[in-house]
Design a protein around this ligand. Structure first.
Ligand code: SF4
Length: 454
């Protein structure tokens, strides 16, 4: 929370509760405003000056920036805590694949294919890289613009445009402006020349300083010009400096409330590390310490997947267990006489059960009941996996239309819900007590499936 309600109330007019904002007192309005539940304009008695002050004070300490558009838009920033255990990190860093315009056509095609096809279904989410960074290195502007056009035509992903040549940078920006690209680098040397061109077709701006101090007048200058979608590169020369700089920026924004550094950041393992493995290690460190866009020179499925899983783990809200959606899932191609199992929605439980079922090669339905992400036994103990609640879920989930038989397998650990569940299912289903552990599914399921077909 950027400012507390007690701080806001001092800025309010304090008219004897006129209640025109819909709240009984100014204090109640202030508290709601601080929690984001109401907007400043609901109090009609604020001067423009106070309104601006409040909007500034209420803005998140790290600005939200969007790169890309549509369903591939990547949001970065808006973070509120330095450490994950304090609350949660909000927007995970964008894993970005760099394409140089010096690379040959086959290599470009290969990288475009990677960004489109390297996707991994994982614990109910789809893991993938997020952005392409197009790098002008050839010295041939036409070649860079051709690369930009090619990528723009071939994919929907957002792009980071990297060019020291301002003409090439802004010409490329104009090719894909509707994709809301990040243009980089704007520096102390080129900012005055770049400013009118940035304003002509506004997209996010990547600022590069030789050090952190050099970024401060740049962000101030652009903010004064009304440009606030900024991404910071402190010009770190190696990974150690990179981690130090990212830490400094993060702490300045969140602990000191220092607005000129309250923007997401970009890091370049592709330039800082000497080989592919070191690049991945550096990237992993930048996921921990707090880069918002991380640019790699290359990856394959073997290096990308661990990186994405690492990112998922860091950016999963520690207050909530990983859970899968409540519904029935199909394993293989089940039909009307396939077995039906029921379990809770803790992601690990679901994946253990589904993997065990898959290993038997018996097509089956797994009904996953919402249980706040708890394992079966814990969910039962917490009252989230009672016979009544499982019965209600089974009736509404649609499984009754998928199978002709009426036999449902419950985990052996919650055998005690059998009677209650049969009652909840109006005695139309026979509840079968399955194995206590998923390791028992292999011995149990094939024989049971045979009986059903029988
Ligand atoms: S409208 Fe403004 S002055 Fe009136 S009670 Fe609400 S916050 Fe206070």
């Amino acid at each position: 929370m950027p400012i507390a309600g007690s701080g806001i109330v001092k800025m309010l007019p304090g008219r004897k509760p006129c209640k025109d904002c819909g709240f009984p007192t100014c204090f109640a309005f202030a508290m709601k405003l601080a929690s984001g539940g109401v907007t400043v304009d609901k109090c009609p008695y604020l001067s423009e000056e106070v309104k601006d002050k409040l909007l500034d004070a209420l803005a998140p300490p790290i600005k939200l920036v969007t790169v890309g558009s549509g369903e591939n838009a990547v949001k970065i920033g808006n973070e509120e805590v330095v450490y994950r255990h304090e609350k949660t990190f909000v927007h995970s860093p964008a894993i970005t694949l760099r394409i140089s315009d010096k690379e040959d056509n086959a290599r470009v095609e290969e990288k475009i294919k990677k960004i489109k096809e390297l996707q991994f279904p994982w614990v109910g989410v789809n893991l993938k890289a997020d952005l392409l960074a197009l790098h002008f290195e050839s010295g041939n502007k036409d070649r860079f613009l051709a690369l930009t056009k090619k990528v723009n035509d071939a994919t929907d992903v957002g792009v980071v445009l990297i060019s020291e040549d301002m003409d090439a940078l802004f010409a490329a920006r104009d090719i894909c402006a509707d994709r809301h690209p990040l243009i980089y680098p704007i520096t102390k040397e080129n900012i005055e020349e770049a400013l009118p061109r940035i304003k002509a077709n506004l997209t996010p701006v990547g600022l590069r300083g030789k050090n952190i101090e050099e970024l401060i007048p740049l962000t101030t200058r652009l903010k004064d010009a009304g440009i606030e979608e900024l991404v910071l590169d402190p010009g770190s020369k190696n990974v150690l400096e990179g981690i130090r700089d990212q830490t400094f920026i993060r702490r300045a924004a969140l602990k000191q409330g220092f607005r000129p550094l309250g923007y997401p950041t970009i890091a370049f393992p592709c330039f800082l590390a000497k080989d592919g493995l070191k690049e991945m290690i550096a990237g992993s460190a930048f996921i921990n310490k707090w880069a918002s866009i991380i640019v790699f020179s290359d990856f394959d499925q073997y290096s990308l997947l661990p990186l994405l899983v690492h990112r998922l783990n860091i950016y999963t809200d520690p207050r909530f267990p990983m859970a899968v959606e409540e519904k029935y899932y199909e394993v293989g191609e089940p039909d009307e006489s396939s077995p039906v199992l029921v379990t809770s929605n803790w992601a690990l439980t679901y994946f253990l059960v589904s993997s065990a079922v898959e290993a038997t090669k018996v097509p089956a339905y797994i009904c996953v009941k919402e249980a706040e992400g708890l394992g079966v036994l814990t969910a039962w103990a917490a009252g989230k996996f009672s016979g009544d609640s499982v019965g209600t879920f089974v009736k509404k989930c649609g499984i009754e239309d998928k199978v002709k038989h009426r036999k449902i397998i419950i985990p052996g650990k919650v055998a005690r819900i059998k009677g209650e569940l049969e009652d909840a299912l109006d005695l139309k289903w026979e509840v079968i007590i399955g194995p206590r552990e998923t390791t028992g599914i292999g011995a149990f399921l094939p024989g049971f499936a045979k009986q059903l077909k029988g």
